[in-house]
Design a protein around this ligand. Structure first.
Ligand code: SF4
Length: 940
């Protein structure tokens, strides 16, 4: 139903979700001033009206709080930035960049972009860097995301082009999901897969993942391999396919080259060997090979588990080898399908927005390609450098060693997202000039900016994006830009014009009327290439909707599937088999660092949470940074649920609370990658990337973000504080309150000398009847009374009606504020037991329960006769059903897992809207149905 249907003052604008690479169409309803709601676009072929929990809450992230509204400039380090006009900002930057280029050459400057930019933004920045300045130092966070998939597609199939379509999910007989928890990371696509399975029960799903994720739990076969052993597994499957004569010799002979070399290379890769390397039963590997052999159509879906590795390209190639050996490519329901992480990583590659690329999938190393683009761009012959620029990790190394003196960062947060975050912080400190261009002010990277430029974001931008299945969609502005914010492409174009004039170069190539003219230039660069979009225009996308490339002028529509004719865009026209010898992970575990740290994503958060972190609704599923540990490993170290632990790699460490997680094998731990120093306040570089290592895949340049060796120690704080406050039920109120509490905590010294006493401090949000902001803090010694009083004042606990208790030694104290019996705010401190008591109070605040009858007994740590509910995790955001409540209800119900789930849905409606919680609910129902002794997660 239309959001605007009943109200003539509202209108709906079709656009695209800015989160993952599924690229769902969104209808955004607006009253002209705000975006007041969103729904899935029923006409968009990527999602047919569906949105996941992130997409369906987009309007809740579109408020003004924390938005960058005007340019800021800092003349020298150590002083604060001040507001300046765009002219002042450009004048400063032009002089800075021009003098740097004149003194140290064009390669002394660099641009670091983002897969969240629109194609038009990417295009203009790429042209500015390569065509105006003459440096190929332009790279992007897509390097951290998809570059191994790109390298493998190019080397194996001849072009950076996923050959499949989402509709292949409806036709596959076997779907192999490798290194992807797509139930969380590509939820709308996963729902399509589940619907296809329901209508075609013979379809099988195999998941290859070191963790038993919700995706794995739903599979027919889960190969829980040891981290980084994918190549050994794929080689063994190929070995068995060859051994059992399952290779399609006709296809291999007619359409490929290099098979004999690969056949020889996997000769020793038996399933017995692979079982030992991968740590899974040999029978499971054999079964996968048998399933592959007997399936009519095999589709593989893969993502960061393969890509984010020092041998990521090999992992991709080894999987593609299986498709080539069995002719599982170029036909309905079959093919190797890389799921793009970011919304427009594809568009970025199309315009050549990587250090080695030029527009239209051309290479900087190819003189003919450089010549073609120079003519198209109208820049002098020889302007484009022949040598590759620096890919992301090398780029930041060069910033750290002074080779790159000025760095322009656009729409991304490298201080939080790059590996070895400590070294990235050093690089940004040492750079002579850091420009940060972003829509939000508070990122970990923004604090390093000498010049901050305000950019538009989702809901304000216009242009195009390309999703995982090569489908180009129009992104439309719903509202005008706030404050003085400008489109990313327009900022690049204006700077480029001014810089060109200052350098005595022609400013004409940077002159654009609007973003449609930018698109036209990009389109021209694709004509005759593998991604030819000569037939696309804004007008055509308007009338026909999103279309898949190639879409040349001669075609009547887009192209759903590539390589149907068995011809590949290589020199010989054949796909290439390439050997992939197994190499173990770069950093193996040892006695000092005995745990394999796996990093990954949460269901409801996106990247470094600059957008998704803006609404409390998306914090309910996992509200704070937690280290996930196998329960037996934790037990052996005396670590219980919620205990504080230190996680340390050879590069750095962080302290956070532990949660016990049966999805992990012994010897492994898991840390979501989203959290940074805005949440974990105790250190400037606080996320998972404190621990990760900056080694990269030699062919793709993609860093090994998924795996590091760490040690884990239990930390025993001398003093613990847990607190929360309900924020006003207003868009921006929780964000403002969280920032106030952050500043307050940052300014609090401890009784112990200096701030070294703080082991761990977090400020997070949680959804409730009104949103809540939570504080957790662990220190070696208590805060002084005066400092606690400052925090209490920030929490509103200085009101006369606050219930108070302080013990005689003044090490324990509690403050609780009620409003008509409902908990409005609480602050408990003392021993570690206060955490559980605060969680109980939080549970009461979430449900707005009237606690008047308890009176001052509330100040007791465990109110008499009441259970402490440790698990406030919200499974269903749409209908606010917690995991504990769902579990409790499922236990009371009878019948099979499916029966119980149906009954739960009928009463709670959980899982009936966006569907993101369905995999979790199904897992829970299966767990409950298989264990009649199952009891709700309640500790009394
Ligand atoms: Fe957005 Fe979710 Fe669709 Fe991804 S699956 S594009 S996050 S709505």
């Amino acid at each position: 139903m239309s959001l605007s249907g009943s109200d003539p003052t509202l209108s709906e604008v079709p656009t695209v979700c800015p989160y993952c690479g599924v690229g769902c169409g969104v209808l955004a309803a607006t009253d002209g001033e705000r975006i007041i709601g969103v729904r899935g676009d029923p006409d968009h072929p990527a999602n047919h009206g569906r949105l996941c929990t992130k997409g369906s809450t987009l309007h809740l992230t579109a408020g003004r709080y924390g938005r960058a509204l005007y340019p800021e400039l800092r003349e020298r380090r150590g002083i604060n930035r001040r507001r300046v006009s765009w002219d002042q900002a450009f004048d400063h930057l032009v002089e800075r960049f021009a003098s740097t280029i004149e003194q140290s050459g064009p390669d002394s400057v660099a641009f670091y972009l983002s897969g969240q930019l629109l194609t038009e933004d990417y295009h203009v920045f790429n042209k500015l860097s390569k065509g105006i300045i003459g440096t190929n130092n332009v790279d992007t966070n897509s390097r951290l995301c998809m570059s191994s998939a790109v390298a493998a597609y190019k080397v194996s199939l001849g072009a950076d082009a996923p050959p499949c379509s989402y509709e292949d999910l409806d036709h596959a007989d076997l779907v192999v999901i490798a290194g992807s928890n797509m139930a969380w990371t590509h939820p709308v696509l996963f729902q399509r897969l589940e619907a296809a399975r329901a209508s075609r029960p013979k379809m099988k799903v195999v998941v290859i993942d070191p963790r038993r994720t919700e995706t794995a739990a739903a599979a027919d076969l889960h190969l829980q391999i040891l981290p980084g052993t994918d190549v050994a597994l794929f080689n063994a499957v190929l070995h068995q396919l060859i051994w059992t004569d399952a290779v399609r010799k006709d296809f291999v002979a007619a359409c490929t080259e290099g098979f004999p070399t690969v056949r020889d290379a996997v000769r020793e890769c038996s399933t017995t060997w692979a079982a030992r390397v991968c740590g899974v039963p040999e029978a499971s590997i054999s079964l996968l090979a048998t399933m592959w052999q007997s399936a009519g159509a095999v589709l593989s879906l893969y993502c960061q588990g393969l890509n984010q590795s020092a041998c990521g390209t090999d992992k991709n190639i080894a999987l593609i080898n299986l498709h080539l050996a069995t002719a599982q490519i170029g036909r309905s329901g079959a093919g190797p399908f890389s799921l793009t992480g970011q919304p427009n990583a594809m568009g970025g590659r199309e315009v050549g927005g990587l250090a080695s690329l030029l527009p239209g999938h051309r290479e900087v190393s190819d003189a003919r390609h450089r010549d073609e683009i120079e003519r198209l761009w109208g820049v002098p012959t020889g302007r484009i450098a022949a040598a590759s620029g620096k890919p992301a990790v090398a780029m930041f190394d060069a910033v750290r060693n002074g080779e790159i003196r000025a760095l322009w960062i656009v729409c991304t947060n490298p201080a939080q997202s790059m590996p070895h975050a400590g070294a990235i912080g050093e690089a940004l400190e040492r750079a002579e000039c850091v420009v940060v261009q972003d829509a939000f002010t508070g990122s970990e990277t923004a604090r390093y900016a000498d010049v901050f430029l305000p950019a538009t974001t989702w809901g304000e931008k216009s242009g195009t994006v390309t999703n995982s299945e090569r489908r180009v969609s129009r992104v439309r502005a719903v509202l005008p830009a706030p404050g003085e914010a400008r489109s990313d492409w327009a900022i690049a174009a204006e700077f480029g014009k001014r810089l060109a004039r200052r350098l005595g170069r022609d400013a004409g190539p940077m002159t654009y009327r609007d973003c449609e003219q930018v698109f036209a230039e990009h389109r021209a660069a694709t004509v005759g290439r593998d991604l030819d979009i000569g037939g696309l225009s804004y007008a055509r996308l308007e009338t026909e909707g999103p279309l898949q490339w190639p879409a040349p002028t001669t075609a009547s529509g887009g192209t759903a599937r590539l390589y149907a004719d068995g011809r590949f865009p290589t020199a010989s026209g054949r796909a290439r088999f390439l050997p992939t010898p197994y190499r173990p992970p770069v950093e193996s575990v040892d006695a000092r660092y005995p745990f394999a740290l796996i990093t990954g994503r949460l269901r409801d958060q996106w990247h470094s949470m600059m957008r998704s972190g803006r609404t409390p609704v998306l914090h309910g599923h996992e509200a704070e940074p937690l280290l996930h540990m196998n329960p037996e490993d934790a037990g052996r170290r005396g670590i219980a649920e919620g205990c504080l632990v230190g996680v340390t790699s050879r590069r750095g460490g962080l302290a956070l609370r532990a949660t016990l997680d049966r999805s992990l094998r012994s010897g492994q731990c898991y840390l979501p990658m989203h959290w940074g120093s805005r949440t974990l306040l105790a250190s400037p570089h606080a996320g998972s990337n404190v621990a990760t290592l900056p080694v990269t895949d030699p062919r793709s340049g993609q860093p090994e973000l998924k795996h590091a060796a760490v040690r884990i120690e239990r930390l025993i704080p001398g003093w613990v504080l847990a607190a929360f406050r309900a924020a006003d039920d207003d868009h921006d109120a929780p964000l403002a309150l969280a920032d106030e509490l952050r500043s307050c905590i940052a300014s609090l010294p401890t009784k112990a000398d200096g701030r070294d006493g703080v082991l761990h401090a977090t400020v997070t949000m949680f959804p409730g009847r009104t949103p809540l902001v939570l504080v957790r803090l662990a220190a070696t010694a208590p805060f002084a009374e005066a400092e606690l009083a400052r925090l209490d004042a920030q929490l509103g606990l200085d009101a006369a009606s606050t219930l108070r208790y302080t013990d005689t030694r003044r090490t324990e104290s509690r403050r609780i504020l009620l409003d008509k019996g409902r908990v409005l705010a609480a602050r408990l401190c003392g021993g570690s037991e206060v955490t559980a008591a605060c969680d109980w109070l939080l549970g009461q605040a979430v449900t707005a329960r009237d606690l008047r009858s308890l009176g001052v007994r509330l100040l007791a740590l465990r109110p008499e006769g009441m259970a402490v509910q440790p698990n406030a995790r919200i499974l269903c955001n749409c209908f606010q059903l917690s995991e504990a409540a769902a579990s409790e209800q499922l236990v009371r119900l009878t019948g099979s897992a499916a029966d119980r789930l149906r009954a739960l849905q009928a009463t709670s409606r959980a899982g009936t809207n966006c569907g993101s919680c369905l995999p979790g609910l199904r897992s829970l129902a299966r767990e409950v149905a298989s264990d009649h002794r199952h009891a709700p997660a309640v500790v009394s």
